[in-house]
Write a protein that binds this ligand. Structure first.
Ligand SMILES: CCCCCCCC/C=C\C/C=C/C(=O)SCCNC(=O)CCNC(=O)[C@H](O)C(C)(C)COP(=O)(O)OP(=O)(O)OC[C@H]1O[C@@H](n2cnc3c(N)ncnc32)[C@H](O)[C@@H]1OP(=O)(O)O
Length: 305
């Protein structure tokens, strides 16, 4: 245990958890001091990421607004990371709620058009941006809550899985899961690891092979999400949840989080270059390009019907 703690302490000062010590001011705010007055809000906005930080409560809401479906394009992920870094550096921010500014979709996952018919150089930059985004969110010392207000397949599900707590709108039309095989592609090991860490080995074994998308009730049942709420209660519940987490002393929580996530983080950090090569090689294949093209046609054809 002592060695785990030493490792966790080392992690706390490492690149991916740089905010651990910076944000370790303990429990500045309890639920009773919660005040969400509009005057206390800071707003910062890029074209695809909207951020509202309430410096009274320490809660930031990061909204995705990349129409039509919040697909994770290279541009979107670059803007995400810039906005994320700003919040990480802001000591008044203790927790971040991730949600969508668009109706019916949290995120459609990776932008298929960034993988289809693009150059290997483009796909290298694209995959690096995805790794970067994931390392930041998964490795954050802040409390991160996903407020899932719509469809959340594949990369969208990964984003939610990287948070500390997931709240989803209680609506059977919204689906979440790692559905890559349905597109004829393979979810990378770290998508699978995040799923397995959350729902367990057997469920992920079934889930990644079948490419299952779960509706909200099914997602709750298998533990893919933690809570379902009516649409009009999503952000208030996410904020209240965050305030409850704030009662835990930051430093102890952060070290505990780092301990639990260390193996998954380390695996990615050690395999980062190989993971990029795998992705580029895999998506260079004619058969994979064909699958992606057919999937895009299917999406567009579905709309035409
Ligand atoms: C040997 C091992 C090697 C390992 C190598 C690893 C390789 C791994 C590679 C990749 C991992 C992939 C991860 C992913 O995230 S892939 C993306 C998966 N996403 C999906 O399957 C979702 C597809 N979209 C939908 O199901 C729906 O769009 C919806 C439910 C999200 C929303 O439905 P609706 O509101 O009805 O919108 P439309 O379907 O009409 O779509 C509107 C518009 O948007 C386009 N679009 C949708 N999704 C995407 C997307 N992911 N990327 C790009 N574009 C998308 C859609 O085509 C429509 O376009 P339009 O007709 O031009 O308006």
């Amino acid at each position: 245990m002592a060695s785990v703690l030493r490792q966790a302490a080392r992690l706390a000062s490492s690149r991916c958890l740089t905010q651990l010590s910076a944000a370790s001011s303990t429990s500045r705010l309890g639920a009773s001091s919660y005040n969400f007055s509009p005057s206390s809000r800071n707003a910062s906005t890029s074209s695809t990421i909207k951020v509202q930080l309430d410096s009274n409560t320490g809660v930031a809401i990061m909204m995705f607004q990349n129409p039509p479906v919040n697909s994770m394009s290279l541009d979107f992920m670059t803007e995400f990371v810039i906005a994320w870094d700003k919040l990480e550096l802001d000591k008044s921010c203790r927790g971040i709620i991730l949600t969508s500014a668009l109706p019916n979709v949290f995120s459609a996952g990776l932008d298929i058009m960034d993988m289809y018919g693009t150059t290997p150089e483009h796909r290298t930059a694209f995959w690096k941006a995805l790794q970067e985004l994931w390392l930041k969110v998964y490795g954050s010392g802040k409390i991160v809550v996903a407020a899932i207000n719509g469809a959340s397949p594949a990369g969208g599900c990964l984003m939610a899985l990287s948070c500390d707590y997931r709240i989803m709108i209680d609506n059977p039309k919204y689906k979440i899961g790692i559905n890559e095989t349905k597109l004829g592609i393979v979810a990378p090991f770290w998508f699978k690891d995040c799923l397995e860490n959350t729902v367990g080995y057997r469920m992920s074994e079934m889930s990644v092979q079948y490419g299952i998308l779960y509706n909200s009730a099914e997602a709750l049942k298998i533990g893919l999400v933690d809570q379902l709420v009516p649409e009009d209660k999503l952000i208030s519940t996410a904020t209240e949840t965050m305030i409850k987490w704030f009662a835990i002393p930051d430093y102890a929580r952060q070290i505990s989080k780092a301990m639990v996530r260390k193996a998954t983080m380390d695996k990615m950090l050690a395999g980062r270059e190989a993971d990029i090569t795998n992705f580029v090689t895999f998506t260079n294949k004619d058969s994979i390009q064909k699958s992606l093209g057919m999937y895009m046609e299917m999406l567009k054809g579905r709309k035409a019907k």
